[in-house]
Design a protein around this ligand. Structure first.
Ligand SMILES: Nc1ncnc2c1ncn2[C@@H]1O[C@H](COP(=O)(O)OP(=O)(O)OP(=O)(O)O)[C@@H](O)[C@H]1O
Ligand SMILES: [Mg+2]
Length: 517
């Protein structure tokens, strides 16, 4: 992996006509340093006393045994005490403490309080009280933490800080897909942006390609013009099903490639390619598809969207394709059971009701979150969700990172969205090789110019097959299989008959080939 290129000017476009080789940005040139917030231990001790006094008064005495201060909330770990009932000593029931949250909130004059009973791995009940002052968790805080550095995957990303202020990071390739839900203003887009920024900080376009879908047109269009994008940010809802189908075809094509060399997954495939071709052959990049607002798509084309997303989610892990989907509407019509079943990694931001929380996490709790990045993260293999304050990435940081990557295209000025143009226009000046997606979709809409040649060739060969067309026409698997489909539709060829491929039904003007005996 190339190192950072702090020595050569990262934003320079010195050699105007020569594309520079990819180099990763230096983190300290992109991300801003966080500020340390000071807090008052006295406030915590005072609150601990209020908790003990209030619960005692309500007949549920507890002892505060631990205080953890996080960026947004402070967690008071409490142990139930004993009470005397009819001569015998019994412990206060956990359920009793949990039922008193509203009284506690009133006593502490807190907006909402969440009780976690018990805290997994700890012997106490967690009472989470909002801090008076909320500390910002910057992306840099987490990216430079040990928790982040420990992860070696190129798709690692910063999530935030937990209730004790410890940095938490995760690995997208292990998830392998992520569902993010929460009401408006709760922090979904900020979360998606910090995930994208983490990926852009650690991956060149050779290693990672992105597809972004943003029906709202304001959340992701800033990324237009970076070389990782396979196509400009897709903003038209009608185009999305086509995009998803393209990704499905790409997945099939990748499976085909893996099968050809007998690799089980993309990592194995790339390693083998490196070893056998000395790195001359292009490696398969990872592909991450971002959808910021699933609801719009599910309204327009529920069956196609759900079908494509579930098929991708079920099959794409081995081929290095990952989905990140956000939605404002965690209802069962949008986040359907089948979609949910395929997204074991989920983030819930603040939601309006515990019904919404159940839709996302299968349990209540998200209705008690505070908004603005306060989240519950459910890791795919974890028994319970953890509460985090999400990382914040500023528009300025995003802009710096975007212009860093844009600077690799000498002729590209700023993307139209930033230059004040139409946000969804294809940025001008970007080499066409950046957009095979578009070419491909175009070819699908229009008739493939190679169709006549493919028909002619197949008639002369007396058979047709995807691999034959691939070889003879020097085209990719995807395009070749579409040509075969088109020939089938036209009735030129029939069914697949064994390893030799498809039989020819219509020989047209050409004479059938002479059978060799
Ligand atoms: N992690 C965070 N730290 C601090 N502030 C945050 C964080 N996340 C979000 N915010 C604040 O909340 C605002 C709204 O966040 P964001 O745009 O991500 O919401 P959203 O969930 O995408 O909403 P919508 O559904 O309307 O698109 C941000 O502009 C920011 O001020
Ligand atoms: Mg948003």
């Amino acid at each position: 992996m190339p190192g950072s290129n702090a020595s050569t000017s990262p934003f320079g476009t010195s050699n105007i006509n020569q594309p520079r080789p990819w180099a990763l940005p230096a983190i300290d040139q992109i991300l801003e340093k966080g500020k340390t917030t000071f807090f008052d231990d006295d406030v915590d001790r005072q609150r601990a006393r209020v908790i003990e006094d209030t619960l005692k008064m309500l007949g549920a005495p507890v002892k505060v045994v631990e205080i953890n201060r996080g960026p947004t909330i402070t967690q008071f770990g409490v142990e139930p005490d004993f009470i005397e009932t009819r001569g015998s000593r019994t412990r206060v029931r956990v359920a009793k403490i949990a039922s008193l949250v509203d009284d506690l909130a009133l006593a502490l004059s807190a907006r909402t309080i969440r009780v976690e009973a018990p805290v997994p791995g700890k012997g106490y009940i967690g009472i989470e009280v909002p801090n008076e002052q909320i500390a910002l968790v910057t992306l840099r805080d987490v990216v430079e933490s040990d928790a982040f550095r420990r992860l070696k995957s190129p798709l690692r990303f910063a999530l935030g800080q937990d209730v004790a202020g410890n940095a938490v990071a995760a690995d997208l390739s292990a998830m392998p897909h992520l569902l993010i839900a929460g009401q408006t203003g709760s922090g979904k887009s900020v979360c998606v942006n910090s995930l994208i920024c983490c990926l852009l900080l650690h991956n060149t376009p050779d290693d990672l390609r992105l597809i972004m879908v943003d029906p709202k047109r304001v959340e992701l269009t800033n990324y237009n013009g970076i070389p990782h994008l396979l196509a400009p940010v897709v903003v038209e809802t009608e185009k999305v099903v086509g995009v998803l189908q393209w990704v499905l075809r790409e997945m099939d094509m990748r499976y085909h490639k893996l099968a050809q060399v007998g690799a089980r997954n993309i990592v194995e495939y790339n390693a083998r390619l490196d070893a056998t071709t000395d790195g001359k052959e292009k490696k398969l990049p990872k592909l991450v598809v971002f959808i910021d607002e699933l609801a719009d798509l599910m309204m327009l084309a529920p069956d196609e969207t759900q079908g494509a997303i579930t098929r991708l989610a079920q099959l794409s892990r081995a081929t290095g394709i990952h989905l990140v989907i956000a939605t404002q509407r965690p209802s069962v019509e949008v986040v359907t059971g089948i979609i949910k079943a395929n997204f074991p990694a989920r983030i819930a931001f603040a939601v309006a009701s515990n019904t919404d929380s159940r839709v996302i996490l299968d349990q209540p709790g998200a209705e008690r979150l505070l908004g603005r990045g306060d989240m519950l993260f459910q890791a795919p293999d974890a028994p319970a969700s953890i509460r985090l304050q999400g990382t914040y990435v500023s528009d300025n940081e995003i802009l710096t990172l975007v212009s860093y990557w844009q600077s690799f295209f000498p002729s590209t000025s700023l993307a139209p969205s930033m230059a004040g143009g139409i946000p969804d226009a294809i940025p001008s000046g970007i080499p066409l090789t950046q957009m095979p997606l578009w070419e491909d979709m175009q070819a699908q809409e229009d008739k493939d110019p190679l169709l006549e040649e493919a028909i002619d060739l197949s008639r002369r060969q007396g058979r047709a097959s995807v691999s034959m067309l691939q070889r003879r026409l020097r085209i990719g698997y995807t395009r070749s299989s579409r040509l075969v489909e088109a020939m089938q539709e036209k009735g030129v060829i029939g069914k697949e008959t064994g390893p030799l491929g498809y039989e020819i039904l219509d020989y047209g003007q050409a004479a059938p080939p002479v059978e060799e005996s």
